[in-house]
Design a binder for this molecule. Structure first.
Ligand code: PLP
Length: 348
């Protein structure tokens, strides 16, 4: 039995989701005439206390559109050194928006107000104009770290006072909401959403959809975003089938993520006691990042593959495991058993 812990993107649409997709009413979404896409956009906007939303093919696109709409060429974006927008979007900030980046050295992707204040450039023509602060919740490279709401609120207030835009890369915001016990609390979700000028959410990670992300913000913001989406080649026609998958996931898959989080903590427990492991990042959602004491990560990934556990190296001695809805309890238990009994060369 292969246990695939490489990423929550490997989740496949189940039969109920496929039925919902098949039954979706559709239209031409470039003309804003797809009723199912419109329903998804309205639902996500309302959920996060915003006016409008835009369904897009990927989370890279929703982030890149947000950055493009919020900045002008030559501006600067403040984000953490671990941010997806900086590390994993093909240099898109420079390429699509002509903006530069000020990296913050946060705590597993989370940074504080003092660090933002320090990162804002003076209003002097020598400097790039700081115009956007972007956060990632949960932070992938931070090991699925979950932000403190107070910390986000402080950043939000400061951005508002200073006239900076505030963007959330919420590819796995769902996991963060479940982790904090916020899911289902309409009021809390709306006040969370209103802290940001724009929010990007992914449906193709732990939500189990085949494709799709959404960008949420004000009507004026989304009007501009629509233009950016067109320019980036992201306009879709009968996208309602994909939106139906997303609506289905919002109805049925979010609360089930608590199981993924339990599974991640089970892996954490096994790894914490493991002789080949020097440390495990504290598990806060569905991602487990751990450091090997001696073995190189690539070698360990090969050893895990040989015992039926697929995962990725995340540094010279670091490995990432991601739990998700397609790894059921019995497979996860089996993976824990295999990991617990595994020994590298060092202890032969
Ligand atoms: C996956 C992911 C994205 C978007 O990736 P796509 O593959 O383009 O959908 C953005 N941010 C984070 C933190 C992610 O994990």
């Amino acid at each position: 039995m292969l246990v695939d812990l490489r990423s929550d993107t490997v989740t496949r649409p189940d039969m109920a989701m496929r039925k919902a997709m098949l039954a979706a009413e559709v239209g031409d979404d470039v003309f804003a005439e797809d009723p199912t896409v419109n329903a998804l956009q309205e639902r996500c906007a309302a959920m996060l206390g915003h006016e409008a939303a835009l369904f897009c093919p990927s989370g890279t696109m929703t982030n890149q559109i947000a950055i493009q709409v919020h900045t002008r060429p030559g501006d600067e974006v403040i984000c953490d050194q671990l941010a997806h927008i900086y590390n994993y979007e093909g240099g898109g900030i420079a390429r699509n928006s002509g903006a530069s980046v000020k990296l913050v050295q946060g705590d597993r992707g989370r940074f504080n107000l003092a660090q933002v204040i320090q990162g804002i450039n003076p209003l002097d023509s020598h400097y790039a104009r700081t115009s956007l602060v972007a956060v990632e919740d949960t932070c992938n490279k931070g090991g699925g770290s979950v932000w403190e709401l107070d910390e986000l609120a402080q950043l939000s207030n400061h951005c508002r006072d200073e006239g900076l835009r505030f963007h959330l890369d919420g590819a796995r915001a769902w996991n963060g909401w479940v982790s904090r016990g916020m899911w289902g609390d309409q009021e809390l979700l709306a006040s969370y959403g209103r802290m940001f000028d724009s929010v990007s959410l992914c449906f193709s990670k732990g939500m189990g959809c085949p494709v799709g992300s959404i960008l949420v913000g004000s009507e004026a913001f989304i009007r501009e975003a629509h233009r950016s989406r067109k320019v980036l080649g992201g306009g879709m026609r009968q996208a309602g089938m994909m939106a139906a998958a997303a609506l289905h996931a919002m109805d049925y898959h979010v609360s089930a993520m608590s199981q993924d989080h339990v599974h991640a903590r089970m892996l954490e427990t096994v790894l914490e006691e493991h002789p080949e492991v020097s440390s495990v990042d504290p598990v806060e959602s569905n991602i487990v990042i751990f450091t090997l004491s001696e073995m190189g990560a690539d070698e360990a990934v090969r050893a895990f593959a040989a015992m039926g556990i697929a995962c990725f190296a995340f540094g010279p001695h670091k490995i990432r495991l991601v739990t998700h809805r397609d790894v059921h309890a019995d497979s996860l238990t089996e993976a824990c058993r295999r990991l617990a009994t595994w020994r590298g060369k060092a202890s032969d």
